[in-house]
Write a new protein. Structure first.
Length: 148
């Protein structure tokens, strides 16, 4: 049971006011890591660390990022996670989802640096070459968000 009097005392110790530190105004203009759950980022950092040991630190920056390679790697990890209900990659002992995030981050880095091999296939959706079965399926789906 929580002692409400002790909790009230503890609450009074915590300073709840605006910061007077002049650096805060500059810091507020920069992206904040405070909004991302750190417990989900640590496995991603581990995946990058394992990749550095295996291929070299930031190895994807040595040459343009091959988008299809990272798409395929991310897709393989998603299939292991979703279809096979396997949370942890056997080789790395890290989350499959951490591998997916790492793949996406590498492609984003390549895009940001304008250093990619853009070998995405022409989309069947964009070119209108979907089979009628696919079109019927896409048209029949319920919206995920209530438009109200």
């Amino acid at each position: 049971m929580v002692d409400k009097e002790a909790l009230a005392h503890f609450d009074n110790i915590i300073v709840r006011r605006k910061s007077e530190n002049p650096k805060k105004a500059f810091g507020d203009l920069k992206p904040s890591a405070a909004y991302a759950p750190m417990n989900t980022m640590l496995p991603v950092y581990r995946v990058f660390e394992l990749g550095a040991k295996k291929y070299g630190k930031k190895n994807w920056r040595r040459q343009p990022v091959d988008v299809a390679t990272y798409y395929s790697a991310a897709q393989r990890h998603l299939v292991q996670f979703f279809e096979y209900q396997e949370d942890i990659d056997n080789e790395s002992q890290q989350s499959h989802l951490a591998h997916v995030i790492a793949c996406c981050m590498i492609v984003m880095d390549g895009l940001d640096r304008k250093s990619i091999i853009d070998n995405r296939d022409e989309s069947e959706v964009l070119t209108g070459k979907l089979s009628q079965n696919s079109v019927d399926y896409l048209d029949s789906r319920e919206p995920m968000i209530d438009p109200k």
